[in-house]
Ligand binder design. Sequence first.
Ligand SMILES: [Zn+2]
Ligand SMILES: [Zn+2]
Length: 64
Amino acid sequence: MAAKTKELVEALECAYCFGTEMEMTQPRRLPCGHVYCLKCIEDDVAANKIMQCPKCRQVDAIAD
Ligand SMILES: [Zn+2]
Ligand SMILES: [Zn+2]
């Protein structure tokens, strides 16, 4: 159970700013299930022209 709880916490933590989902003003869940701040995602997309999950490396299309 402890391992499962740790996984859950990691999944809800922004890999960019290390804020937790509760600290995010605009948390956004990617199709892979990981959650990041909307602003952190936008900054990453602006810099790299692609949305790649920094945790699992899954590439997701950003549709606005
Ligand atoms: Zn963030
Ligand atoms: Zn992911």
